[in-house]
Design a binder for this molecule. Structure first.
Ligand code: NAD
Length: 480
């Protein structure tokens, strides 16, 4: 019998029955026995007696069993006695202030991407408490989980028409039963001192009503996009929040997302020369004609205000300027119940100052596709999944001599929803205006109405000239 077979048989016998340590060591040699026994013990169902005798026989550190002090040793998963490591805290800078990061001892080479500063979450009782209004897809799938990544925000109240959802979600996220409200007693949020901000996550037609009623409670308001269904509603929402002296922010998550912010910085710095042309697409498919997104009165429109808005708002964000003219082309497949009331597709062009053209398309009946490409004088930047919740992929192209350099830029991802909510919390805590205030949503609504008008009338529609850059935006978010 070969050595290997003999050893194998011994090991198998060891697994099922008694075998002497001497017999085993004589066959395998001490070094081999260490690894074989360790692996065997981990995978075999040995008797306690066997395990104990093998542990004593094969200390994996090579320290003889007799030299391992039981008080400073632990038993490894393989059953060996191992001398404990000394537990120490390596040198670190630990500022007392909670908003200053702990600086840990470095160990990585500068050849690899450097990690960012360690997070600086506020203690829970210092965070801004949010009431979430509407427990649908966005709230349950994205916003509530995103609070786990927030540093300045926490959920403290819920508003819903469904008592079952309220009960279950409150239990899941540690929200007090007395902090759960119906749409009817929504105004009682006023008496909840834990609530500092209300986040409106309802169908589009309800944004205006719930922002205006919410402002009257004296709480600050974060409202989902699109801001509302008409310019007039947007104006009333801004007016109500001003009157109540509360802040109003529209939840344009893209403006807090690192890849989109990087593209904006490259465009604004003319990294590849002046931007000339942007091509943008945000399309997906839908299947339920009964959903509010397919009812004009609730949604305000179809693909354009729901997802096309990302092409529109992101182009304005990247360029910083405002369109002077739009031309839209709209289509809905006749007879398709999904598009009886709202458009299936909108394709539109926007003319920006200096001859920059933004060409966009949004569709409710194609496989999901969300990208944009900024073509500049000396290169392009292409953001695949640009408008998606995750998975952004940034490619750039430029020429160097005879070579066409195409690079993929990878930066640390961030939860956009957490970044957006934390920005609003920061505005509340430090009494600053939000980066994406009501005026930003109002400007999008003006452009949306002009695109619809153009599509209806089959001609370009001019927009009032707006001079300057970032005219409708507040100061830069500190932490984005
Ligand atoms: P949803 O249909 O999943 O949820 C809507 C919620 O509103 C539900 O809980 C529903 O019960 C409640 N509701 C109250 N009155 C209603 C009524 N009359 N009809 C239908 N629902 C009613 O919708 P959603 O996808 O969560 O969208 C909510 C808002 O968030 C919309 O304004 C949408 O545009 C916006 N949104 C934003 C993003 C983003 O990435 N920022 C993503 C999705 C949705």
């Amino acid at each position: 019998m070969s050595f290997t077979n003999e050893l194998l048989n011994t090991v198998l016998r060891h697994a099922g029955q008694e075998v002497s340590r001497k017999e085993f060591l004589s066959l395998a040699g001490r070094g081999l026995a260490v690894s074989v026994a360790a692996g065997t013990l981990a995978s075999c169902n040995t008797s306690p007696d066997n395990a104990a005798s093998s542990k004593a026989a094969v200390p994996t550190t090579g320290t003889p069993a007799s030299e391992v002090d039981a008080s400073t040793a632990y038993t490894s998963p393989e059953g060996a006695k191992v001398a404990s490591s000394e537990a120490v805290s390596p040198p670190a800078k630990v500022p007392a202030a909670t908003d200053k990061p702990i600086v840990l001892e470095e160990w990585k080479s500068k050849v690899d991407p450097q990690s960012g500063p360690t997070p600086t979450p506020l203690p829970p009782d210092e965070r801004v408490g949010y009431a979430l209004v509407g427990l649908g897809h966005l709230t349950l799938e994205e916003l509530l989980p995103a609070f786990g990544e927030c540093k300045k925000s926490k959920p403290v109240a819920l508003v819903s028409g469904s008592p079952e959802k309220l009960k279950k979600v409150a239990a899941q996220y540690g929200i007090k039963p007395e902090s759960c409200y119906s749409y009817e007693n929504y105004e009682q949020l006023k008496n909840n001192p834990e609530v500092k901000a209300i986040y409106i996550v309802l169908p589009n037609s309800m944004h205006a009503e719930y922002v205006i009623r919410g402002a009257k409670t004296g709480k600050h308001i974060l409202c989902e996009k699109p801001m509302a269904n008409s310019v007039r509603e947007c104006e009333l929402m801004i007016e109500a929040c001003k009157k109540a002296q509360v802040k109003l922010m529209i939840a344009y998550r893209i403006q807090y997302e690192p890849y989109n912010r990087l593209v904006r910085d490259m465009v604004r710095e003319n990294k590849f020369g002046k931007p000339k042309y942007i091509q943008a697409q945000n399309s997906q498919s839908s299947a339920n004609p009964d959903h509010w997104r397919h009812k004009k009165a609730l949604a305000g429109g179809g693909a354009l205000p729901d997802i096309g808005l990302y092409c529109l708002n992101t182009a304005r964000f990247i360029l910083g300027t405002e369109p002077t003219e739009v031309f839209g082309y709209m289509h809905s497949t006749p007879g398709n119940p999904l598009f009886k009331e709202v458009e299936e597709m909108m394709s539109w062009q926007m003319r920006f100052p200096d001859g920059v053209v933004v060409d966009s398309i949004t569709h409710y009946d194609t496989h999901d596709s969300r990208f944009y490409r900024v073509s500049a004088e000396k290169g392009w930047m292409h953001l695949n999944n640009g408008y998606a919740y995750t998975g952004q992929q940034l490619q750039t192209s430029h020429a160097e001599g005879p070579a066409k350099m195409q690079n993929q830029i990878v930066i640390p991802a961030k939860n956009q929803f957490a970044a957006e909510m934390d920005h609003f919390s920061e505005c509340i805590l430090e009494n600053k205006p939000p980066h994406t205030p009501g005026e930003e949503g109002l400007q999008d609504q003006r452009i949306i109405e002009a695109i619809y008008q153009s599509a209806r009338e089959g001609r370009p529609v001019k927009l009032p000239a707006v001079m300057g850059t970032d005219v409708f935006r507040g100061p830069e978010p500190a932490s984005a």
